[in-house]
Design a protein around this ligand. Structure first.
Ligand code: ZN
Length: 244
């Protein structure tokens, strides 16, 4: 599943169509009145965590790539698009994933301060939300999109390694400076992820994710399904302290 930075990059790519009218619209997405989008102007392209948001005046389309979603600009894949939007300067196709109308305006649906890549991201609010779940494992809280929107499995594993925290640590047992460091590390790594993705060096820079050996102590990396989210975590038993 693409993580926040990937969707952020899609958002940047699609900004080229902002301010342009939809000349043609089609696709297999089951959306009421999709054809009425023709002649509407794409006013703004935004992202919130793993959601891509295309706003046309008062209406917004939400795209969630899920496991197999993809998109192409001025190019076609062999698959049938869920949504095709044709503009004066080019077109975009979305494949698989989930494409639907957002139930309300983005400002009403989304808490921008929870999106780790948003200008309105609030580390202090994230800290308060983490502290509200002292019994939860930190690996689960990092994946909670209402706290760290945009964080996925890769960012989870890499930022826990940087902060030196074992993924199965209980949130309430982790010392405050360590939690604050984790929140900073998660944001910093997310932006490094974005830059490395552009450079094509993302996986080369992973310290623990899918790795066999710890870059610090050279001992084997543990791979384990952790927490209530039952997602894979990669970590070093020696360099990441278990607080429980
Ligand atoms: Zn180690």
């Amino acid at each position: 599943m693409p993580e926040g930075p990937t969707i952020y990059a899609v958002r940047d790519d699609l900004k080229q169509f902002e301010g342009q009218k939809v000349l043609e619209v089609s696709g297999t997405a089951k959306m009421a009145d999709l054809d009425t989008l023709q002649h509407d102007t794409l006013t703004i392209v935004r992202s919130w965590g793993k959601h891509l948001l295309l706003t046309f005046g008062k209406r917004t389309i939400k795209i969630h790539f899920l496991m197999f979603g993809s998109y192409r600009v001025n190019e076609e894949r062999k698959a049938v698009p869920k949504l095709t939007l044709v503009f004066r300067s080019g077109y975009v196709n979305f494949y698989a994933g989930q494409v639907k109308w957002l139930e309300d305006t983005p400002d009403k649906v989304y808490d921008w301060s929870a999106d780790i890549m948003n200008k309105k991201w609030s580390p202090s609010k994230a800290l308060k939300k983490v502290q509200a779940h002292p019994e939860s494992m930190i690996c689960d809280l990092l994946m909670d999109q209402s706290i760290f929107s945009g964080v996925g499995n890769i960012i989870k594993s890499e930022s826990l390694f940087r902060a030196g925290i074992h993924p199965e640590s209980k949130a309430g047992e982790i010392p405050l400076p360590k939690v604050k460091k984790l929140i900073r590390d998660a944001k910093d790594y997310t932006f490094e992820f974005l830059a490395q993705k552009f450079e094509g060096t993302l996986s080369k820079n992973w310290k623990v994710y899918t790795k066999k050996k710890c870059p610090v102590c050279k001992e084997p990396i543990t791979k384990k399904i952790t927490g209530k989210t039952h997602r894979r975590s990669f970590y070093c038993e020696r360099d990441q302290k278990l607080y429980d």
